[in-house]
Ligand binder design. Sequence first.
Ligand SMILES: CC(C)(COP(=O)(O)OP(=O)(O)OC[C@H]1O[C@@H](n2cnc3c(N)ncnc32)[C@H](O)[C@@H]1OP(=O)(O)O)[C@@H](O)C(=O)NCCC(=O)NCCS
Length: 370
Amino acid sequence: MTATKGLEGIVATTSSISSIIDGVLTYRGIDIDDLAENATFEEVAYLLWYGKLPTASELEQLKSKLDQYAAIPSEVVEGIKLYPKDTNSMAALRTAVSSLALYDPAAQDMSKEANVDKAIRLQAQLPTVIAAFARIREGKEPVAPKAGLSVAANFLYMLSGDEPDEVAVKALDQALVLHADHELNASTFAARVTVATLSDIYSGVVSAIGALKGPLHGGANEAVMVMLEEIGSPDNVESVINEKLANKEKIMGFGHRVYKNGDPRAKHLQKMSQELGKLKGNMDLYNMSVHIEDIVTGQKGLKPNVDFYSASVYTTLGIQRDLFTPIFAISRLSGWTAHILEQYDNNRLIRPRAEYTGPSNAKFIPIEQR
Ligand SMILES: CC(C)(COP(=O)(O)OP(=O)(O)OC[C@H]1O[C@@H](n2cnc3c(N)ncnc32)[C@H](O)[C@@H]1OP(=O)(O)O)[C@@H](O)C(=O)NCCC(=O)NCCS
């Protein structure tokens, strides 16, 4: 038995949800470029869960369920009020989602119908949880979700209490489409491993949130913004990036386990970053990002991934940087839950082996002789 570090190149399951073939990402066979230009996040979530695009009436039904489920139990809000004000936002999300299960009478119901319903419920509630956390830590009361708004619009509305402008909603909606699913990424794999024990959907999502939190996965978008803030101004890009490369530091938002010739999602976020910068009359973050890309791609051949231009997009939308990864979770929840449902439909316990590298024939030594 020989281990493959990081399971690189290992095919661990079959799945009909998303594919990455020759650098092209599809959801249910539809190219991400097509979806990014034409689909809303709600259509994409439906596509991931049900395997087909919704008809107009199916989409309306989904939207009305999302409206119906978007409020969160008052006990969960009270719990969030007890979190330390400076707690990590992904740790807060992980805890809050775990607590949502406590107040869902169907949490342990393993029927297909109940699990699909819980996927929709979680999709509706995640933005509410994150917005409530973001406001409570600033000493503000949470804003209740508003029926009739899209997931993207409702999240922005609950963050600020004001109806967001159309450009912001469109940009966030497109970002949600682009992050919704990504084959067997680390957090999705974590979710599938958890539910393959026939544990419940909440446990699967909590595992996934924990995996997404790390800077090698979802935490990279926030780490990109930390780097942009450290650089500070367009004049400093060259010196800071060259120093990082000379010190063999990883440049966040670059490289990918699967894409070696570029992440197909990055170009959409780059375009969005440029358009938002123009609209807001400040191109600094965009220009700095392009300059970083020139240097890193030029010197290392590494291309930006989905996280790189997300950072400037979200910042230009006025979103605090520690909410970037929770926003990724709002989107990826649709993929996680689609994979959880797929795992339940054709389940077998996921239990790989380890190549043992420890000592052999060791003997127990009584404590007084150690
Ligand atoms: C995404 C990532 C985890 C993929 O990891 P991986 O497939 O295990 O790739 P490796 O870490 O083995 O990288 C291969 C080589 O490229 C280098 N490399 C990879 N990403 C790099 C980066 N962002 N900056 C600088 N060098 C990088 C590695 O140092 C390694 O070089 P070496 O062969 O000289 O040791 C990795 O590229 C990374 O850490 N990127 C930054 C974090 C990030 O943006 N994550 C979001 C992913 S969507």
